[in-house]
Write a protein that binds this ligand. Structure first.
Ligand SMILES: Nc1nc2c(ncn2[C@@H]2O[C@H](COP(=O)(O)OP(=O)(O)OP(=O)(O)O)[C@@H](O)[C@H]2O)c(=O)[nH]1
Ligand SMILES: [Mg+2]
Length: 371
């Protein structure tokens, strides 16, 4: 009996062990088929090493949109934003015969787009005489005539290049001026981005010391494009911040110093004097290459009054016309250029980082004509 029992238990134990071993083997092979990694610690460091390279672009500097696609997008937006004017032009072009009422409507459309009474009268008169001679039976011909006349008003002969080469090894200094909320700080940021993309070294100067948030806003733009910002405490003398920025720019050998200033009403003589002082103080260190007056395209005629006073105080060298994306008043380009004798050099077509474009007369007119 004992021997029988012992043999039985030995066989039983053997069977149990075999079943257990077989189970483990089957479980492990199934587990591998499901894709769970076997113990392979050597793979983990490799994965860990590649991780930051993948994440880096998300936290790194932004890469500007390619110039071609940017211009195409901005042209579309410009065409869309000048709907009223484009519709008026299309309406005119669609007719076989233009009666006096149509001319009146067309004139009203041009004036409401802020082209101004003088340029509107000029345009209508030259169109009337040219179309009377040529006839409007051929819409493509009428369109070409209209394009020519509009282009002449916008004046493609003006030099719209930005002076961004400093003289005698000094940085170029750009001073951004204008009334409140026109888009000065945003334009500084967008312009810095364009310049960085062109491999220029840039320094920002926060000479808007009215609000602490103003310097913060500029510094945030700077951080986005990898550019340093010189800033001072709230209430500091804006001229001394501008001076400090240019001094630092000279010391560091940067190509361009962009100086943002506080928005100020052109009617406040104290603030306008302060702006004059900012410019004079900078000029003790380096010539100011560009004084850009930032005008909001949606403010219409009031922009012209501002423009005259700013021109007298700081000798404006170029206009930046912002918010053209939300405005059917593209005609202001013509008026402001005539009024000041200064070209529109840049246009803002949105709040996005890439929504700044050099002004191009032909593209602008094609935008108006809805091309
Ligand atoms: N739609 C549109 N909005 C713009 C454009 N440019 C600037 N803005 C917006 O206008 C507002 C004012 O812009 P800022 O750059 O702060 O204007 P600012 O002239 O520096 O203002 P102050 O410093 O207060 O005088 C912001 O909300 C900008 O996003 C543009 O071209 N199109
Ligand atoms: Mg500002």
């Amino acid at each position: 009996m004992p021997w029988d029992n012992i043999i039985f238990w030995i066989i039983f134990a053997g069977v149990v062990v075999c079943i257990a071993i077989a189970s483990v083997i089957i479980w492990r092979s199934n587990h591998r088929e499901l894709g769970a990694p076997p113990e392979a610690p050597e793979i983990r460091p490799a994965v860990a090493e590649t991780l930051p390279a993948v994440v880096e672009p998300e936290v790194g500097l932004e890469v500007p949109e390619a110039a071609g696609t940017r211009m195409a997008r901005l042209r579309r937006r410009l065409a869309g934003s000048n709907n009223a004017l484009a519709r008026g032009l299309a309406d005119l072009l669609a007719r076989d015969r233009i009666d006096p009422d149509t001319w009146d409507d067309f004139e009203a459309t041009l004036i409401s787009s802020d082209l101004g009474v003088g340029p509107t009268t000029e345009l209508v008169e030259s169109l009337r005489s040219r179309l009377a001679i040529d006839g409007v039976a051929e819409p493509a011909r009428a369109r070409a005539v209209l394009r020519e006349e509009l282009l002449r008003l916008v004046d493609p002969t003006m030099d719209r290049s930005l002076a961004l080469k400093g003289t005698g090894g000094l940085p170029a200094v750009v001073l951004m001026v204008g009334v409140n909320g026109t888009g000065k700080t945003t334009t500084c940021g967008k312009l810095a981005r364009v310049l960085v993309a062109e491999h220029k070294s840039v320094l920002l100067g926060a000479a808007d010391t009215f609000r602490a948030a103003a310097a913060e806003q500029l510094a945030t733009w700077g951080a986005r494009v990898g550019v340093e910002t010189v800033r001072g405490p709230e209430g500091a003398d804006p001229a001394s911040i501008a001076h400090e920025a240019v001094t630092r720019g000279m010391r560091d050998g940067v190509d361009v110093v962009l100086v943002d200033t506080a928005g100020r009403l052109h009617t406040k003589t104290g603030l306008m004097d302060e702006l004059g002082k900012v410019k004079r103080v900078i000029e003790k260190k380096a010539p100011v290459s560009e004084v850009l007056l930032v005008l909001d395209a949606t403010t219409g005629q009031n922009g012209l009054v501002q423009a005259r006073i700013f021109r007298d105080v700081v000798d404006v060298s170029g206009i930046v016309l912002t918010k053209l994306d939300g405005s059917a008043k593209g005609g202001i380009v013509v008026q402001v250029q005539r009024e000041l004798g200064v070209p529109v050099k840049l246009i803002g077509l949105g709040e996005g980082v890439d929504d700044l474009a050099p002004f191009d007369a032909a593209q602008f007119v094609d935008g108006l004509l809805g091309e």
